[in-house]
Write a protein that binds this ligand. Sequence first.
Ligand code: BGC
Length: 378
Amino acid sequence: MRRFTIAATGAVLALGLAACAGGGAGSDGSTAEESGEGGLIGVAMPTETSERWIADGNAVKAGLEEAGYDVDLQYAADDIPTQQQQIDQMITKGADLLIVASIDGTALSNQLQAAADQGIPVIAYDRLIRDSENVDFYVTFDNYAVGHQQATSLLAGLGVLTEDGSDGDATGPFNIELFAGSLDDNNAHFFWQGAIDRLEPYIEDGTISVPSGQTEIEQAATLRWSQETAQKRMEDLLTSTYSDGTELHGVLSPYDGISRGIITALQNDGSGPTIPEGLPVVTGQDAEIGSVKLIDEDVQYATIFKDTRKLADQAVIVAQAFLSGEEPEANDTESYDNGVKVVPSFLLVSDVVYKSNYYDLLLETGYWTEAQVASGQS
Ligand code: BGC
C-alpha cells in the first residue's frame, strides 16, 4: 500500500507545479483543496483480477482526492454492461469529469454522448475509447513501443539480440509462437503491430519461424486477456504442432497473466522448470509481482514495466487542466485515431524488465519491495 501514498504525493507535487505555471492557484496561493473548488470525478476501471488496474485505480483516486476532488471509483469485473451502467450512474450522480479505462473500447458511445450532452469532459485512461467524437483526451504509454520492446525481449532471450538491443551471437533457427491480447482493446493491436514489425526481418531471413503458422492477430488473440484462455491455446498448440518432438524456443506474450497461463501449459507438458533447464523464453507486460518473482527464478524471461504511478499522475494533471478551463498539454496528436477523430494524447515511456535490471527499475523506485518479490504477493 505504501507505493500508492508515494504516487499520491507525486501527483500533488506535480499539481502544485502545474497550478503555479498555469495560474490555477487562488490569488492567495491556495490550492483547489483549500479553496474548495473541487467537484466529483468518476473513475471507471475494467477489472480487479489484474493487479495493475487496482494500482491504477488507487493511485488516480488518491491523487484526485489530494487535489480536492471527490472520487467515484468503480470496477466492472470485465463485464461490458456493468461498465456502461457504472458510467451512466456517474453521470446521473453529477460527475464533473470522467476518467475511463474501457473493457471494450467500442462499447461506450452512448455513455460518452450523454457525457458530452452535459458538458462532461472524458479522459480515456490507458485504453483508447473508439468510435466516438466525445473523447477529449487520452493518457497512456507509447503502446507501439511496448510491442517493440516485447519482441526485443524475446529476441534477447533467444540470444539473437543482447539486452541492450545490439546484435547477439545466436543465429537460430528458432521456433516461436505468438500471443496477442483482447481484440476489443485498441492497445492489443498496437502491441501486436510493434512486435510484428520488430520480428519481421528475423522471420524473413529464417532466423525465427512460427511452426503453427498462426501469424494473424485474430488467431493469436486472447479474449479479455484471460490467463485460462491463454493456457488452453498453448496446450492446443503443443498438441497440434509440437507433439512430434519439434522444439519450441520462445513465446511472445503481451501480458503477464497470459504469460503465466503459457508457462503453466509448458511446464505441464514437460518443458524445463526454468529457462536454463529447457523452458522456452516467455515475455510479458505489467511487471506483476507474480511474474517478477518468476523472472527472478529464471522461469519467465522478461516483462514490460509501465509505471502506473506516472500514468495516474498524468491523468490527474489532465483532469485538473480541464476543470480549470485550460487545454491539457498533449505530446502526441497523430497516433491515436479512434475511428472518428485523432484524440490528443499524452504518451509515457515504458521499460523492459529483465532479471538483470529489475532491482533498479522496480525495487529502487519503490514499486515493489524485496519481500514482495520473494513471496510473489503484493
Ligand atoms: C494494458 C496492459 C494490460 C492489458 C491487460 C492493456 O490495455 O495496456 O497494460 O496488460 O490491458 O490488462
